[in-house]
Design a protein. Sequence first.
Length: 403
Amino acid sequence: TYVLKPLAFCSLSQTSQAHLIQRPWKLQDTRLVLEDGSIWKGKSFGAVGTQVAEVVFNTSLTGYQEILTDPSYAGQFVLMTNPHIGNTGVNSGDEESQECHLGGLIIRSLSNCVSNWRAIETLPEYLKRRNVMGIYDVDTRAITRRLREDGSLVGALSTDTSKTDEELLHAARTWEIVGKDLISGVSCTEPYEWKYRTDDEWEFSAEAGKADTEGFHVVAYDFGVKHNILRRLSSYGCKITVVPSNWPASEVIKLNPDGVLFSNGPGDPSAVPYAVDTVKEVTGKIPVFGICMGHQLLGQALGGSTFKMKFGHHGGNHPVRHIQTGRVEISSQNHNYAVDSASLPEGVEVTHINLNDGSCAGISYPAMKAMSLQYHPESSPGPHDADPAFQRFIEMMKENRGH
Ligand SMILES: NC(=O)CC[C@H](N)C(=O)O
């Protein structure tokens, strides 16, 4: 028969050495104070300190490393609705940028071990090294319901016991993400050439696999670009020059590229008029492709407007319909703002809609050889349904060359 052995600290407690007891778990040592006045106590992992950001929930079951390194999350705490996070650790191949720009990570349960052949580090070690705060053992379902009902909320996350709840509440209530330029804080500062394609072992597309290398020259505006966008373009045969967000359009036009990519990026798209001007200057002269922030900038450049959604779309299984063909793509999404379809002038087509709420998920302006998507064709949340968008951009550049 099986006999339950007493744990070491149980026997210790029977002696006078009870003060030597070390609990094998830690108690609550972090607070997340939301602007609605609610206080969520939990345990800290990663960096310590105080951070203020907007809380958004992400429903992806996998991909926390890609999420942590997606620069579009600058100014936001990401709450993962999947309760178990950290089990695959962190590896060297899943980075979407060189830094973690997000405000912090909010999770239910932190895996106490790592089991994955690619892992080189644990999630808490990685976050500490990247100076990103995390909180676990909080009721992420309850917070998600609150966000879903009341809309996104600003929060203050702190391990600092000298700060009162009122101080943290004040910090949350006086912080604002709307109207801020967050792009300039995450963009590169100098142009560079990008040379990496999707590794052969991961390539899934027959078209990308057989693409000529360096067939087209694409200039990519870095508003907070995810590396996989550059990798996919490269796999489809593009030679890529990445330029900073404030790089003059006239310099880009001088390079006479085959196409220009406007990348994803953080924050409010209506707070960066200089970027809208850049898109306006380039569009019509060179074929362009916008992704997420790039799509929102193109929408504005063509005469439309954007608005802030209630809690946005953040996840790996958002259904999108291509209106013309009826084809549905299961897509990866991360945005809190959207292009208002009704604001778009004649000639601009809404090509894709989000099937969850009917919002605009893609536009094109054939006369100007411009196309854009609100979601992420480069992501691999499981399905690769949206990847052919890169092929369509290639076709557009080909057509423009006259063959
Ligand atoms: N991923 C993105 O490019 C996000 C765009 C914008 N910051 C939004 O939240 O809507």
